[in-house]
Design a protein around this ligand. Sequence first.
Ligand SMILES: *Cc1c(COP(=O)(O)O)cnc(C)c1O
Length: 396
Amino acid sequence: MNATVNAKPRGRQFFNNPGPTNIPDRILRAMDRPVMDFLAPEFLEIHRACFAGVKRILKTDQNLFFHASTGHGAWEAAVANLFSPGELVLVIETGHFSLGWKEMAETLGLKVETVEADWRKGVDLSKVAERLAKDKGHEIKAVLAVHNETATGLVLPLQEVRRALDEAKHPAMLLSDTISSLGSMEYKMDAWGVDVTVGGSQKGLMMPTGMAITGVSAKAMEASRKAKLPKYYFNWELMAARMPQKFIGTVPVHFFFGLQESIKMIEEETLEGVFARHARLAEATREAVRVWGANGKGPTLYGQTVDRLSNSVTTILMPEGQTSDAMRKAALERFNLSLGGGLGPLTGKVFRIGHLGDLNEPMLLGCLATTELAMKVAGVSFGPGGVDAAIKSLAS
Ligand SMILES: *Cc1c(COP(=O)(O)O)cnc(C)c1O
């Protein structure tokens, strides 16, 4: 037997992708139980608790749907439920994920206009306000926005998009993708006047991939009754009529076993505590990267607008002319550290450190130190002292 081929790395894998994220043992244990009839009173109680808990996390008192799909399914549900063929929507460009939602909306038969943006700086919100003000005939039916652009590591201030809509007295709905900010960064669906919120299970909620969440305002429910795009599995009205679970087909009970535990964990820490921990870990990561790039030849923060840098993921730009492939490969294959790569046009040009979900200081420091090790092994130049800077940030 060839020992090196069959050898499994010792210790845990350090998993710092910005999704999926680490699944805590508590959630795995909660899911490790026999199946249950989804009409059983015991399950209905779990299901009820999950609906109530996710509404508290989204900060909404409105409608909520779970879809047995990834976040992409919830994107599709939002588009298919709200619009009729040929209607116009406005996509705020943030990066790879915003363009994905745009492509989906076009494919499903909508007209899509984009407010273009510099991916490193984030959108100039006055351009959004201008476009809305110009739309006197209210042709634009909705604004589609990615709250936390996981590809670039920048946040979009949704309150300001709301303000732009209000100031223009524009009735367009506001749709937001909170897939990588849900349960890791502040989000207030009702207070921010978001009509549809799209979330997923495998990021801040620390769950396996495969359950999507959609918060729907009363106004969006009303729009869905008039919308003519075809839908069946994702049809909110049909789902709402399937009481009490609001599911078309078999209810994935194990997801709810896990979700109940996830909500419990988040609320034990308190939402504010969860957000503060993410902010702390994110700032320590950024401090390390600032030092790596301080020699003028090392990797730097991709995002250039300081007050929009994400607390759930940091995107790091490689030095000119170098790809991130070799250092990511070394990190994974030699040291069992999984880092995120670049998406779309950023492939090879950046790498991403996910610092969301079930993560603490030692895990982050392990990741940052091993990232330095992988850069050294792969011959990437970087300023020394990044880990020290992170320690200093975490200690303060
Ligand atoms: C992960 C992610 C998606 C895609 O979600 P899936 O569950 O992989 O379909 C969409 N938008 C954002 C912002 C994401 O981070």
